[in-house]
Design a protein around this ligand. Sequence first.
Ligand code: IFM
Length: 448
Amino acid sequence: MYPQFPPGFRFGMSTSAYQIEGAADADGKKPSIWDTFTARPGTVRHGEHARVAIDHYHRYAEDVRHIAEAGVHDYRFSFSWPRVQSGTGFYDRLVDTILAAGVRPVPTIYHWDLPQELEDAGGWMNRDTAQRLADYTAMLVERLGDRVRDWITLNEMSVHTLYGYALTDHAPGRGLGLGALPAAHHQLLAHGLAVQVLRAGGARSVGVANQHFPVLPAGDDPDDVAAAGLFADLTNWTFADPILRGEYPNELVVAGIGVDGAQLARDLEVIRAPLDFYGVNYYEPTMIEAPRAGKDYAGVLEVDIPDGLPFSPVPVKAERTDFGWAIVPSGLTGILTTLRDRYPHLPPVVITENGASFHDAGPGPDGRVHDPRRIAFLDAHLRAVADAIEAGVRVDGYYVWSAIDNFEWAAGYDERFGLVHVDRETLARTRKDSWYWYRDLIAAQTRS
Ligand code: IFM
């Protein structure tokens, strides 16, 4: 009944610090770019913010129980860089609690919440921020490396660059267009420097979490095919090629990052350091065409791409989540086989995020949260992973995004990705039907 995976396959759940912790000022924490961004009117749906979020900072013990009792092997969370600047006390408690529950902590070092003071010094447009991330990584290793052995460097550098630096939809909301490419290079450099620090600190496994999706040309017209190719370069391959084959995918990107030849070669040597696993976050494919004069492309993606660029997104014909994202499980098989074909030295893959937002109502009279569409989504995507394994891709694990309903960035709290429901008034947690389904799926695996 349940999809089956090879022995040793690791099931997990994912979250990130800013989306769940709240406690915005606890421990003397200074603001991150998301604290600044959400305080600006008009940036987040309904004017919501994450000063309290789901109060994980105070309720972490209960949240870890919800995670561990599902029987997962791994829990992927992230560190808040500005919180760590004033100490790791909260993370000491969190890591100890995760380990005591028999779960392996797999933290992400950076999931988009840059300290505001670093943004004031140029943020990811400033090369020095890469070194600052390496220093912060060293602090984490020193304080937590005795208990945390498995690490993810950065989350979705592509989305952070595109939404936060190229567009204005996410913090820091710079709107630099293609001028944002240096922010991509500096995050990649930060990744490479962090890998060096983690290796020196005796890490057991090191990976990265990149968002990937198939980019489908809208038709056979060569202009559409070229437009889709460029879009794929900018969104997928700019962030994977440097890591997995030590080069950028095209000259436009090389020109955009603006680093001279000799320096670029040295940087790429750092960025291409071998990894133990490659994290893939998958949500939906994108369909692209060459822009047609006078056609309105607004509202196709969650963010609008400005006019004047040589590609435009068009809707993928598919059923949709309540967030409006196309449900295409075969896209996950497709991107996994594409990665395998593109990179002869692809390390084992872990699906570090996959999931769906449905606007689940709170518990009904039976006390349950019924989310059959999430169960169908997860089942179909896990089968798509099994298909990729069958096709010869080595996939070692799968983490659901997300363990628990949380702050979905500019979309606020309407978008619920969790296996556990959170009541917005009381913050009470209720396991959804999908939580029970995931628990039973894990228990139903043949482990030998
Ligand atoms: O909530 C985000 C997460 O922070 C990064 N990956 C995509 C998720 C859903 O949008």
